[in-house]
Design a protein around this ligand. Structure first.
Ligand code: GRF
Length: 215
């Protein structure tokens, strides 16, 4: 039901720089847990400080990506999330993970996908001489950094930009589009058609939801 607030789980691996914007904006849902594959992820301090449940499943404790993903899926399911948000979760996920949360798993990537999938996106953007760079929020599918795009924000690459200055500019935009995309999901307003995501007006989403609720 779009009327009920959604339960959101967030995974991080590092400083969790997107967490304040996710926690500080109305998402039409509640972050019920923050998990990490790294015990020393700085972002876990944010969870502790605001009293949100948190856990660590270390990838180092597992012999394969699939075994790690199986454990991570189990840890997340304890919290019965409607949505799993990857916010700087630096692991390549296997189908074990993507299938467990198919259609309710989203990621933020620091580039304008499908350009620059993978790592070191800002340095690669500078090297390639692109004039626009940015960030993408997308549904996660088995193919790395290739799922249906929910939202994007672009920044100009200036002549004197470095990978560091570009990263800082992109991050500011991430803090705008990430909570926006999460909210659209929680409001039931995302309609996926192949690689295309259409955003339903708020009223339409409510009508569709209440209609299906009567069936
Ligand atoms: C962001 O740049 C995001 O696009 C990428 O991870 C970064 C945030 O992670 N997926 P963190 O703040 O360094 O933990």
């Amino acid at each position: 039901m779009t009327t009920a607030r959604k339960r959101i789980a967030v995974l991080i691996s590092g400083r969790g720089s997107n967490l304040p914007s996710l926690l500080g904006n109305e998402l039409a849902g509640d972050i019920v847990v923050i998990g990490s594959n790294k015990a020393d992820a700085k972002g876990l301090d944010i969870a502790r400080n605001v009293g949100i449940a948190n856990f660590v499943v270390s990838h180092k404790d597992f012999a394969s990506r699939e075994a790690f993903d199986t454990a991570m899926v189990a840890a997340l399911n304890v919290y019965r999330p409607h949505l799993v948000v990857l916010a700087g979760f630096m692991r390549i996920t296997t189908p074990v993970f993507t299938q467990a949360f198919a259609g309710r798993l989203i990621n933020i990537h620091p580039a304008l996908l499908p350009s620059f999938p993978g790592l070191h996106t800002h340095a690669r953007a500078i090297e390639e001489g692109v004039k626009l760079h940015g960030s993408t929020v997308h549904f996660v599918t088995p193919e790395l950094d290739r799922g249906p795009i929910i939202a994007q924000a672009a920044v100009h690459v200036e002549d004197d930009d470095t990978a560091e200055t570009l990263a800082a500019k992109v991050l500011l935009q991430e803090h705008q589009i990430f909570p926006y995309a999460v909210r659209l999901f929680c409001e039931g307003r995302l309609q996926v058609d192949g690689l295309r995501v259409r955003t339903l007006p708020k009223s339409t989403a409510t009508v569709i939801d209440s209609a299906s609720a009567r069936v």
